[in-house]
Design a protein around this ligand. Structure first.
Ligand SMILES: [Mg+2]
Length: 296
């Protein structure tokens, strides 16, 4: 699945730029030495793709089980502090509804973890936007009970589906369509407000201006991550490589912003050749051999 390839490359790429010298290396577009290890973004997206391959829809019980199994197998993949708690409880046999629902004293997580893995949902259901919205919400809710944590997933999935469906349109048309679709389908709240601001922000502005206005994921919330990712993706729908360098130059939660952007732009940049990137990215889990919807 292309979207998973883009997501995992973005995740692994972004993760290479947390060193003190990162800004200097980004400035001259220096490719870090391989292997680029992927993180929780990719681990969880793989679990989603497995469930979609097995069930054809987001079966939340199956997804919670996959998330927990994958976490137990490799807990050191960079999961966020809240995710550790939720996934640990699932391993211990707690129902995911309770584990996710108890976060933040019962408010649920509004972090960016639901959104970081949602591009693959958008790609899978791309021909039915209502289903994209429904399934993205279900996929996020397993760990993110707060509506805004789910809104972030809906926005990223909608952007990915729109990027795929309109991949033959002109860049200007695609940019308008992505923002229109995200604003039409993302439920009200802080994340949608941020996307509205992103839609009004000139795509020619420098990245620092966009970060100042939209955030860069440094709060690890959906609303300070998703609007910036959608802006970066919209700016570079025709170039996966430019999308990666622009996104990572925003710093912040850079594995996750690059994962989101990668999962979207890989679908619209029809001339993208992934071979160089895959030579640098750590392979996906050894037993991960699922041929599902290769075209998206
Ligand atoms: Mg990560």
């Amino acid at each position: 699945m292309k979207s998973l390839t883009g997501l995992s490359i973005g995740d692994a790429f972004g993760q290479q730029f947390f060193s003190p010298a990162a800004e200097m290396i980004i400035e001259r577009r220096g490719w870090p030495a391989p292997p680029w290890e992927w993180t929780d973004d990719t681990a969880m997206a793989c679990s989603i793709v497995r469930v979609l391959a097995d069930h054809g829809v987001i079966n939340q019980d199956a997804l919670a089980k996959r998330f927990a199994e994958e976490y137990e197998r490799e807990p050191g993949r960079g999961y966020g502090p809240l995710a550790h708690g939720v996934l640990r409880r699932m391993i211990d046999g707690d129902d995911w509804r309770e584990a996710a629902g108890d976060v933040h004293y019962g408010e649920g997580s509004l972090g960016n973890g639901g959104a970081m893995r949602a591009g693959v949902v958008g790609a899978f259901f791309a021909d039915d936007i209502d289903e994209v919205v429904r399934q993205a919400q279900l996929s996020a809710a397993v760990t993110h009970a707060h509506p805004d944590g789910q809104a972030g997933a809906i926005a990223v999935a909608t952007a990915a589906a729109t990027a795929f469906i309109h991949r033959e349109a002109t860049l200007i048309e695609q940019q308008g369509l992505i923002f229109d679709a995200c604003l039409s389908h993302t439920p009200g709240g802080a994340t949608r407000e941020g996307i509205k601001m992103a839609a009004e922000l000139d795509l020619d502005f420098d990245v620092a201006t966009a970060v100042a206005a939209l955030g860069n994921g440094s709060m690890v919330r959906a609303d300070d991550t998703v609007p910036f990712a959608i802006w970066c993706a919209a700016r570079h729908l025709d170039s996966f490589e430019d999308a990666m360098w622009t996104t990572v130059s925003g710093l912040g939660d850079r594995d996750t912003t690059c994962a989101m952007v990668g999962s979207i732009v890989v679908l619209s940049d029809t001339s993208f050749d992934d071979s160089d990137w895959l030579a640098f990215r750590e392979p996906l889990p050894a037993d991960f051999e699922i041929a599902v919807k290769e075209e998206c």
